[in-house]
Design a binder for this molecule. Structure first.
Ligand code: BJW
Ligand code: ZN
Length: 248
């Protein structure tokens, strides 16, 4: 694990010197990298999901309109993989931080898996939706759903209005969930900690710029600098399960 100060600190401080202060309010944003060590594929890079699937075929409203069976096939595969996954030390460290810090802690995840909840996080906000929920395309009714839909003749329909059900996922071109709540929490934070995301998908990748403008300390943890590295005060290079428990 190595430490790369981006903008401040002329000499690289050790991680123990940059730990949180008792009065800090922590805003955490996680991405696919935090679940990588639990065996779930990330999106970009070699071995990433977007290497095997074209994003426009499975994660856009247009893909859904064109071929709902193909979209359900993709999310059924994701449900199957995520059902077998277990939280790793990074998820556990965040759950422990929530327990310890109470209202001074906020967790926003771009991930749709339930590993934060499995680890014990109670208030994780899933800004890109939840893999184990489905939503009615007409009345917007949301229900828990772990089923796999791989037969095009047996796709699910709403029990209330009979319209087709879709994965409760925020696709490209759709608005992420509760941006107002996220913005409120971001404004109140003293530290923004970003873990395991490429910093390439907006608006999530923009949170750190907003924080930086307000003078909030910004820290990134991951094995390589993200695309928005210029917005971070500090970058800690390492895997989430190694670097996060140390930082917290
Ligand atoms: C490790 C590790 C280890 C590896 N430990 N780390 C042009 C410019 C700017 C924006 C746009 C544009 N054209 C279109 C847009 C908007 C678009 C966008 O950002 N596109 C970009 C691609 C350019 N965004 C949207 O459409 C969003 N909506 C929107 O903008 O609405 C308009 C609006 C916004 C605000 C107000 C009003 C209106 C919606 C985005 C939805 C994203 N959906 C997805 C798929 C659905 C979920 C699913 O199927 O699971 O969400 S895309 C995919 O990317 C998924 C992720 O949540 C998201 C981010 O990916 P993430 O987490 O960063 O993963 P990777 O794979 O990219 O990176 C993994 C990282 O982990 C790497 O850095 C590794 O180093 C690291 N890592 N091992 C720690 N062990
Ligand atoms: Zn309905």
């Amino acid at each position: 694990m190595s430490y790369v100060p981006i903008a401040r600190a002329p000499a690289a401080p050790k991680i123990s010197e940059v730990a949180l202060l008792p009065q800090d309010r922590l805003f955490v944003l996680t991405g696919a990298g935090i679940s990588a060590e639990s065996g779930l594929a990330t999106f970009r890079g070699s071995g990433g999901l977007w290497n095997g699937f074209a994003v426009q075929d499975v994660a856009t409203p247009e893909a859904w309109l064109q071929d709902p069976a193909r979209v359900w096939n993709f999310y059924s595969m994701r449900r199957r993989d995520a059902s077998a996954a277990k939280p790793n030390p990074a998820h556990l460290a965040l759950a422990a931080a929530e327990e310890k810090m109470g209202d001074r802690f906020y967790l926003c995840t771009q991930n749709v898996d339930d590993l934060h909840e499995q680890a014990g996080s109670r208030r994780a906000h899933h800004m890109h939706g939840k893999l184990f929920e489905s939503r009615c395309t007409s009345c917007e009714h949301i229900l828990p759903d772990r089923a796999l839909y791989t037969d095009a003749q047996k796709l699910p329909h709403c029990g209330i209005c009979a319209a087709p059900m879709r994965p409760h996922i925020v696709w490209f071109g759709e608005v992420p969930l509760d941006l107002t709540g996220i913005s409120r929490q971001l404004t109140a934070a003293t530290v923004v900690l970003v873990v395991g995301t490429s910093g390439s998908v907006y608006p999530a990748a923009g949170f750190v710029y907003a924080a930086r403008e307000r003078g909030i300390r910004t820290v990134y943890l991951g094995p390589e600098p993200p695309d928005n590295a210029d917005a971070f005060d500090e970058i800690v290079l390492g895997t989430a399960s190694e670097a996060l428990p140390t930082f917290l």
